[in-house]
Design a protein around this ligand. Structure first.
Ligand code: PEP
Ligand code: MN
Length: 348
């Protein structure tokens, strides 16, 4: 899977939905005038979680997208979810398509799209599934790749979660890191709009993604966000979009200067040494756990000693926090140690 994007950062912007020809062309012209954006996004067919919301203008919006491309020079991209929609998008020669988060969860749907794409070369972006299941996302990439599409990108739009307060769809960054482990060169775009659900943290989320070496961004921008027919709260004006883009720092992947390389090597050697020490200490700890396991066995005492474990947790979580580690990390770390300790104590 090669990175097919010709520019970094690759910037996609546009309204959540195509509403009218005038709304699309006006917004597209304002975005193109910024001279920063590569492609115009706009939903023609909108998957809404509940019926009764605006479900998209439908196929006639495609000719307006083509008109916007003609007038602005921007590439054009929309979401496809059925074979018919793929056919229509191909007929109008869209530059890219994306598969939406509610489609990625459904292998039947992804396979239908993949079959309709067979024999074509259109680049396809795949949004993460709404639920945090890395296998579904991997499966969607494999299905589209198996259809012969070699230009595939990912869009990180966040994951639905119960009672999410800060974000509409929390980012769960580690799932994207997992995808990058599997496909190291696949390009990834951040979609801060659907992660945030409001305008408030768009910049912070986008900057976080830049720091993680994402390849670009897809962001919702509307000429009059408050009047948008869908996702009104999270869209920004083209003027605000320019501020966001200009404020972002896209980091380089590496630098050859010897000063940077020497400092980095020095820190890394230190880290490697500490990692060795940590693992040998954990090895020593597990040997003692084994001894405790034997003792408990000989005296017919249960392996699990909940009170003792609660004492350890209460003491070490605070200690860890004082040392600069997060509460969440301490919980996960101690849980892993406890499970390993229980495992070895159950061995005899
Ligand atoms: C969108 O991009 O407007 C959209 C519907 O996205 P998602 O599939 O991420 O909800
Ligand atoms: Mn949207």
């Amino acid at each position: 899977m090669q990175n097919f994007l010709t520019k970094k950062p690759f910037l996609v912007a546009g309204p959540c939905s195509v509403e009218t020809e005038e709304q699309l062309l006006d917004t597209a012209k304002q975005i193109a005038a910024l001279n920063r954006v590569d492609a115009l996004r706009a939903g023609i067919w909108k998957p809404r979680t509940r019926p009764g919301n605006f479900e998209g203008i439908g196929t006639k919006g495609l000719s307006w997208l083509v008109q916007a491309r003609k007038e602005t020079g921007l590439k054009i991209i929309t979401e496809v979810a059925t074979a018919k929609q793929v056919e229509d998008a191909l007929h109008f020669e869209l530059d890219y398509v994306w598969i939406g988060a509610r489609s990625t969860v459904n292998p039947f749907c992804v396979q239908e799209i993949a079959d309709a794409l067979k024999g074509t070369k259109i680049p396809v972006f795949i949004k993460n599934p709404v639920n945090p299941d890395v296998e579904l996302w991997l499966g969607a990439v494999e299905r589209i790749a198996n259809a012969g599409i070699d230009k595939i990108g990912l869009i990180h739009r966040g994951f639905s979660s119960i009672g999410a307060a800060e974000f509409r769809n929390p980012p769960l960054w580690h799932i994207v890191l997992e995808m990058k482990k599997r496909f190291p060169t696949i390009p990834v775009l951040i979609d801060p709009s659907h992660i945030c659900g409001s305008r408030e943290f768009l910049f912070d989320i986008a900057q976080y993604a830049c720091n993680l070496n994402y390849d670009g961004m897809i962001i919702e921008s509307h000429r009059n966000p408050d009047q948008a027919w869908s996702d009104a709260k999270q869209q920004v004006t083209p003027a605000r979009l320019a501020e966001i883009i200009d404020g972002l720092t896209w980091r380089k992947e590496s630098e050859d200067s010897s000063e940077f390389q020497n400092k980095l090597t020095h820190f890394r050697q230190h880290i490697d040494q500490i990692d060795n020490e940590l693992i040998s200490l954990l090895g020593k700890r597990i040997q003692i756990s084994k001894e405790i396991g034997k003792l408990k066995y000989e005296h017919n005492i249960t392996v699990l000693q909940a009170n003792r474990w609660h004492e350890i947790e209460a003491r070490l979580i605070n200690f860890g926090i004082k040392k600069g580690l997060s509460n969440e990390f301490m919980i996960k770390y101690l849980e892993a140690i406890h499970l390993e300790s229980i495992r070895v104590q159950n061995q005899d």
